[in-house]
Design a protein around this ligand. Structure first.
Ligand SMILES: Cc1cc2nc3c(=O)[nH]c(=O)nc-3n(C[C@H](O)[C@H](O)[C@H](O)COP(=O)(O)O)c2cc1C
Ligand code: SF4
Length: 470
């Protein structure tokens, strides 16, 4: 697990969640138990007070690994201490481009997640738990189904678990493949059998969630950490990572690197260690141009930021975010305007359409970026794209709109020259007026516009830079 790289120095993975993951036995109950699995649950049910578990989770500083980075222990403590039916939903929707760490965690070690869910449910007096897994993760859903069956047979799930008097039912629910169903309230609607649309907040799920009951929603990786924290204590957990970002993190590194994959590291290692040291850096003869540090919804960073520590706080200070911990690398062979266009296309497609800034904004942005990539835009359109992003951010019902606006805005800001060059280059590949066929070599007209755009703008009576209204 140790890697040496000229650019990244000596880098070590710190495997807690992925420990023994390469052993295929880990996916079975027998294999998991042979490495000490379910021992913590047995101890917790017999000897530990639920309040102690909640306190230890809070004290550990474990932050949600699904995107927002909110304290898990705090979320548990928000659940009301009433006799109402309470629910736990594990978010296994993992649909953001660049994210694939939950898939590996569920595939290689499903019982680690199940044990974490049982202990969390015990701590919060929850009687019904669900794993909402994206429909495309068919193999992982089958593995989970089998593992849940094994856990029932062993008496870890069901009524009167291990004679403790604690009851828990756990259901694996397959989604239908919509990114928006990963948003926690859309997930609740989808679980209830409705179309997965985000709900207005407040009320927050901890107060009124699934079927109107208090609900704890956490990511696969977050819940997979629980048995380790209860077994080893909050101080042990805090011995990894940074003060504000304790623990290890499974980071998915993809894109233009030699060794894409999941790497579990202590939070706070440098981006260079991750991208160069572990993932091998860009292919020979190429340089890194930009990267998303936290999935396709995070503002892009540039090589100048490679020596930053990979932590929630450092990514926020750099104007981006750690998100779910997915780094996507673009090298010098990648066109940033086209990368922006791919990004907007995804979010436009996944927008549920419930609120106007996101529904219209993602669609407008995608169309404008299409014009950039075909040379029909003008440099002035770049200002309009930026202002559309500003009007989306902070004005949507959920953060899907922002998830497009933030990266697109950062790309236009940091790579404006490349956007202008792309417009000019594409405009130079102009079109014949009548047959709309590409005719290379025609010079772009005033304002860098293609002849096709000029014709359209003149027909519409709009002003052409340097010409006025024709
Ligand atoms: C559009 C959208 C998609 C999301 N997709 C996921 C997802 O696939 N998995 C996930 O854990 N969280 C996802 N989230 C974040 C969840 O809303 C929620 O914050 C998270 O499940 C809470 O768990 P955590 O505190 O353990 O991170 C998404 C959020 C948005 C706005
Ligand atoms: S921001 Fe987009 S995805 Fe979220 S509710 Fe509004 S339209 Fe739907």
């Amino acid at each position: 697990m140790s890697e040496v790289n000229g650019n990244g120095g000596a880098v070590e993975e710190t495997r807690v969640l992925l420990r023994h993951a390469e052993d295929p036995k880990m996916a079975s109950l027998e294999g998991y138990e042979s490495y000490g699995g379910y021992r913590v649950l047995k101890k917790a049910l017999k000897e530990i007070e639920p309040e102690w578990i909640v306190g230890e989770l809070e004290e550990s500083g474990l932050r949600g690994r699904g995107g927002a980075g909110f304290s898990m222990g705090k979320k548990v403590s928000f659940l009301p201490h009433t006799d109402d039916a309470k629910y736990l939903c594990c978010n296994a929707d993992e649909s953001e481009p660049g994210a694939f760490k939950d898939r590996e965690l569920m595939q290689r070690n499903p019982h680690q997640l199940i044990e974490g869910m049982i202990i969390s449910s015990f701590a919060a007096s929850i009687g019904h738990a669900f794993i909402f897994i994206r429909g495309e993760y068919d193999e992982q859903a089958d593995i989970l189904d089998h593992a849940v069956e094994e856990a029932y047979e062993a008496g870890y799930l069901g009524n009167n678990i291990l004679g403790s008097g604690f009851n828990l039912e756990l259901v694996v629910h397959r989604g239908a493949g919509a990114y928006i169903c990963g948003e926690e309230t859309a997930l609740l609607d989808a679980l209830e059998g409705k179309r997965g649309n985000p709900r207005l907040k407040p009320p927050f799920p901890a107060v009124q969630g699934l079927y109107g009951g208090p609900t704890l929603i956490n990511n696969v990786e977050t819940l997979s950490n629980v048995s380790h924290i209860v077994a080893n204590g909050a101080d042990w957990f805090k011995s990894f990572g940074t003060e504000q970002s304790p623990g290890t993190k499974v980071v998915s590194v993809s894109g233009c690197v030699k060794r894409p994959g999941n790497y579990e590291v202590e939070l706070g290692v440098t981006l260079r260690d991750l991208i160069f040291g572990l993932a091998g850096g860009p292919l020979d003869g190429h340089e890194i141009k930009a990267f998303y540090p936290g999935g396709s919804s995070s503002p892009v960073l540039t090589p100048a930021e490679l020596d930053l520590p990979y932590s929630f706080e450092a990514m926020a200070e750099a104007g981006s975010m750690l998100g779910s911990g997915s780094i996507i690398v673009a090298d010098d062979s990648v066109s940033i305007p086209r990368m922006a266009k791919r990004t907007s296309k995804f979010y436009r497609h996944e927008s549920c359409g419930k609120c106007t800034p996101c529904r219209e904004g993602t669609s407008w942005t995608d169309k404008m970026l299409e014009r950039v990539c075909t040379g029909e835009a003008t440099p002035m359109d770049l200002d309009i794209i930026s202002s559309v992003q500003d009007n989306i951010m902070g004005n949507c019902l959920c953060v899907l709109g922002d998830a497009m606006a933030m990266p697109v805005s950062s790309m236009v800001k940091k790579f404006r020259d490349e956007f202008e060059e792309t417009i000019a280059e594409e405009a130079a590949k102009t079109w014949s007026f009548d047959g709309l066929e590409a005719v290379d070599g025609q010079e772009p007209g005033p304002g860098g516009m293609s002849q096709k755009t000029l014709r359209r703008e003149r027909l519409a009576g709009r002003s052409i830079p340097g010409e006025g209204v024709s």
